[in-house]
Every structure is written in C-alpha cells, then in structure tokens.
Design a protein around this ligand. Sequence first.
Ligand SMILES: [Fe+2]
Length: 281
Amino acid sequence: MPIPKRPTGKFRRAKARHLLFTSGPNKLSRGRLYKKHLDQSIALNSVEIVSPLWPKAFDGLRIGHVSDFHLGDLMPLERANHAIQLLANQEPDIVVCTGDVVDLHVDKALPLLESLVSINAPLGTMLVLGNHDELDCATTIGSMAINAGITLLRDASCCVRVNGEPFNISGIDWAKSSKRCNQKVERVCDSETHLLLSHNPKAFKQASRMNIPLTLSGHTHGGQMALRNKKGANLALSHRFSAGTYERGDSRLFVTVGVGAWFPLRVNCPAEVAILTVGST
Ligand SMILES: [Fe+2]
C-alpha cells in the first residue's frame, strides 16, 4: 500500500495562491472567469532562429516547442490535447517541453505526456521539469514521462543523430536564481552542447558564455499581461528574458509565453505553441 505523502510547504502555499487568485474568484464569478479564459484560442507561432554557432548539418531543423501546460483547473486535458494537435499538424522533427506540465497535482499527467509522444516526432520528445512539477512530486511525474516514452533530462544530456551527425541536447532541472542556473549549466553542458532546455530563462547568460547555440525556456508566461507591440513590457518583472527571441553574442534564446496560465487572465499575450526553424545563416 503506498504511503500517503505529506504536502510540502511550497505545495500548500501554491494551493493557497490558487484558491486566492484562481478558484476563489472563479466561484465568485459563478464560473464565468474560467469559461472566458478557456474560450481564448491558442496561437501557433512560427519562429525562424539563426545562429552562426548552429552546425550546418542541422540547418532547417524544426523544433516543436511547448511549455507551461499547468494541467489542472485552467488546463483541462482536452485543451492540452488541442495544443498538442496544433504542434502535431506541423510535423516537427523533435518535440520539446520546457516544464510546468502540471499546475499542482501530478496524478493526472500521464495522458498528457502520452499525447506529447503521440506526435511521433522522428527525433523524439524531450522534457525538463519546471517549478510547478516539483510542488507535488517531481519523481512521480518524471517516472510517468519516462513510461510514456519521453526523454527526461534532469541535469542530464542526450544525443540523437541528425543527418548522421551527433546532435547534443542538455536539460537542467528548475533553479530559481541566476547563480544556481549558472552552476547547473556549467555542470551539465559542455562545448559540444547544441541545444539547452531550461525552464528558467535565466540559464541563458551562462549558456551564451559557453557558446551554446540555442537555449529554449518557458516559466515566465510572458507575464500573461503585456503592452501591445512592446517587447519585454509585461508583468514578468523579475525576468530580463521574458518572451520571444534573444541574442547574446552568437547564442540564441527563445522564451515561449506558454500554453497555460497561473491565473485566468491573459492580455496581449495569447497562449502559444511554437514551431521553431533553426539555421546557421
Ligand atoms: Fe509556468
């Protein structure tokens, strides 16, 4: 018989925040808040990324990037599957998810993870965990991902072959501060790393110092509320890299605004899945 887990302080605080900013206001609005939120469409954004560091052998690689589902009240499985279908229609070479698969509880995550794998991208499906994936039980959701057929990168690297050449992907676990991100990138990546997956975009500084061609991140949700047509003017105030593409030297970062939400409101910052086409020139 499984031993019941005791929720951590972080989990209890996240649940209280959810009650205060999400489920409570929704009850007060008699369900209108969730309905309005869930009626909003999900954008499919096509993004071209060019880095002189990107090997020519991988020119034109198409990456399906999705992040921050936050499976739960604000992301029923049907909506998650709709987002996944948008990506599947693009037939990406590889699918990457940069964390926060769940909002709070991990127990219903398996069907979502299986849907990601069902895209059947020829180079596979990669996942790093986000801070929300750790609230309930990171080990459980990690095992689910592996059982579903996902390559889980928890401070780890893997290699797949692209046009006969080794394509090296590294992924780091959630780290909050720049300092911790730097340490993880330094430990996990090396001069052969082509692609870094990090929930927190703060990893990009160290990635660029190490000349990693491309870093993919989520976490910020683009602040969920942003000024129209003004890059970086959003509520993700503690993040310099909060939405879209960034350059440092020859390294590139793409931060997706994500497909899910912390609270049922997005202003000038629609939920997205992204199809990235990466080249060297
Ligand atoms: Fe998130």
